[in-house]
Design a binder for this molecule. Structure first.
Ligand code: TRP
Length: 338
């Protein structure tokens, strides 16, 4: 099995549960834009993953459009990337089933995200939530995806994807599926909650003050950064000084990611600065970088038919790649096609 016999192809996905927030933008979408033109890129709004927990139907549709609008506004170019929503390509669910029959229950039991999400309620969550990682493996392998840019919280799922590919290839004596690499780099791979520097920024967190939404206006962005939790110390002289200061580190990382700099460069610029200086600078930078995106997003959201058209075109292109791979998989497994 040679990993490099596959054409490099990027696949990644974002869940449409709730609106788009800064963590999705800096941690995912901004980096996806950077990968365009360098490799083949396929980006997916993973609505089938969203319904592993309850979604209000109208909000799910709206959220799918909002994520797509955010991706387009941030620079995902449908002539350079394939952009679509997962449920429009039935092959995801079909390959997902086959992978349910390859993956082992013991592997699923080790998934830390499932354990976190199910908590003490594991008997009551959906079967879909448990099988989520094998659908994710199907998303990626349906396109023979070789590179998956994700946050470090998704690393275990990409490793599971490799395990599924390895077992499938072994069981069926083939080298049909590639061993996908996670691509985890940059300061923004994990943007944290503004109120608790050890928790990921998320759309579902209970307080709106803990996240920056891509639809927040300038005043609200400034207010949220001003109220962001920090410690009383000024910024250190070197990056090592942030080691035990998760909230401070997070704000420096956000600044760095927004300004396309390293966190080290931000520290060099602001060494010794107090929060009274750094927070307003961060808020100004965020507003300058995000307002063109939110303006464009709002424009797109006024034209849902256009978003749907783009997703439909993307789904058609996605199917053209996915269908032959699914058919070949059926054939390998021994599923008869008339
Ligand atoms: N599980 C990912 C998340 O929660 C979303 C996702 C679904 C994904 N399928 C994917 C990411 C395939 C990368 C590749 O963020």
């Amino acid at each position: 099995m040679t990993e490099n016999s596959f054409t490099p192809r990027v696949f990644s996905g974002v869940k449409p549960s709730g609106g788009l927030q800064l963590g999705n933008y800096l941690g995912a979408i901004k980096r996806w834009v950077d990968m365009q033109g360098k490799m083949e890129t396929i980006y997916c709004v993973v609505d089938l993953h969203a319904i592993t927990v309850w979604q209000d139907p109208a909000e799910l549709k709206n959220g799918t459009r909002e994520i797509a609008a955010g991706m387009l506004a941030a620079g995902i170019d449908p002539t350079q990337s394939i952009l679509f929503n997962q449920s429009q390509v039935a092959a995801h669910a079909e390959l997902g089933w086959i992978f349910n029959c390859v993956a082992r229950v013991g592997w699923m039991n080790r998934m830390t995200q499932f354990k976190d999400k199910a908590g003490t309620n594991a008997e009551q969550v959906s079967l879909g939530l448990y099988a989520y990682p094998s659908l994710m493996a199907a998303d990626i392998l349906l396109y023979h995806g070789t590179h998956v840019p994700v946050g470090d919280d998704q690393k275990q799922h990409v490793e599971l994807t490799r395990d599924i590919a390895t077992k499938f290839n072994h069981d069926f004596k083939t080298d049909f599926f590639p061993l996908t690499e996670p691509v985890i780099e940059g300061p923004a791979m994990r943007i944290m909650n503004l109120r608790e520097g050890t928790k990921k920024m998320s759309k579902s967190g209970e307080s709106d003050m803990e996240r920056i939404n891509m639809t927040d206006d300038a005043d609200l962005i400034a207010k949220k950064f001003k109220k962001a939790k920090t410690d009383p110390e000024p910024l250190p002289e070197t990056i090592d000084g942030l080691a035990e200061r998760p909230e401070a580190r997070n704000l420096v990382d956000i600044y760095a990611a927004l300004d396309d700099k390293t966190p080290e460069a931000v520290i060099a610029e602001y060494a010794g600065a107090g929060w009274g200086k750094f927070k307003p600078a961060l808020a100004d930078l965020a507003v300058a970088k995000l307002s063109p995106i939110s303006t464009e997003m709002a424009r797109l959201m006024n034209d849902p038919a256009e978003i749907d058209r783009i997703l439909g075109d993307g789904a058609e292109k996605a199917r053209a790649i996915a269908e032959p791979i699914l058919q070949k998989t059926y054939d390998i497994v021994g599923l008869l096609r008339s």
